[in-house]
Design a protein around this ligand. Structure first.
Ligand SMILES: [Zn+2]
Length: 190
């Protein structure tokens, strides 16, 4: 391998130079509790390697990933055979699923998707002062006729409530109010 002008510890920005000089393609992943993609070169070369960058504030070490599935097995609770997308590391149980996904995924920038946990899954707005007034609002109303219900329509196995009437919509109307608090156009009714 040629190492001209490559400094040590090698920065990620120098990997492009190393790839061109040695006619090799490199997919680089990082790790911080989870593995994530750091640099993916589009169009793999015949000579291709996946590397894992292990680093701290001072040291930087690139290690060869011989088998991505085995690496991910060690870091996740999934121990069955899985195929991982190089661009987002989403796992697939069959290779065909990976191929279909990766065909589209490679058109986007590299990313690591992490779904919210049970605790994180609810989002609440706390910055109420950033709210903007809604410029347009629509108010709608239905009018109904109360139609008598005959007693034989009641199924006692479903409900013990005895319905006497049911509401049948007979008309509706809506109004659109603009930013100035006035109707945008005359009331619409049916
Ligand atoms: Zn993907």
């Amino acid at each position: 391998m040629k190492l001209d002008n490559i400094s040590f510890p090698t920065s990620i920005s120098q990997i492009n130079t190393f790839e061109k000089m040695n006619n090799i393609s490199i997919k680089l992943f990082g790790v911080d509790r989870e593995v994530f993609p750091l640099k993916i070169t589009a169009g793999g070369k015949e000579r291709h390697v996946n590397l894992l960058l292990i680093s701290d504030a001072v040291k930087r070490h690139y290690t060869l990933i011989k088998n991505m599935s085995h690496l991910m097995h060690d870091l996740t609770k999934h121990h069955d055979e899985r195929f991982y997308c190089n661009y987002c590391l989403h796992p697939f149980s069959i290779e065909e699923g990976l191929m279909n996904h990766q065909f589209d995924c490679q058109n986007h920038v590299i990313q690591k998707v992490r779904m919210p946990t049970e605790v994180e899954k609810w989002l609440h707005c706390t910055y109420h002062h950033f709210q903007l007034p809604v410029p347009y609002s629509i108010s709608a109303d239905f009018e109904c006729i109360l139609e008598k219900v005959s007693s034989f329509q009641i199924n006692p196995e479903i409900s013990s409530t005895q319905s006497i009437t049911r509401r049948v919509a007979c008309g509706s109307a809506y109004v659109v109010v603009g930013p100035n608090g006035r109707m945008v156009r005359t009331l619409t009714f049916y």
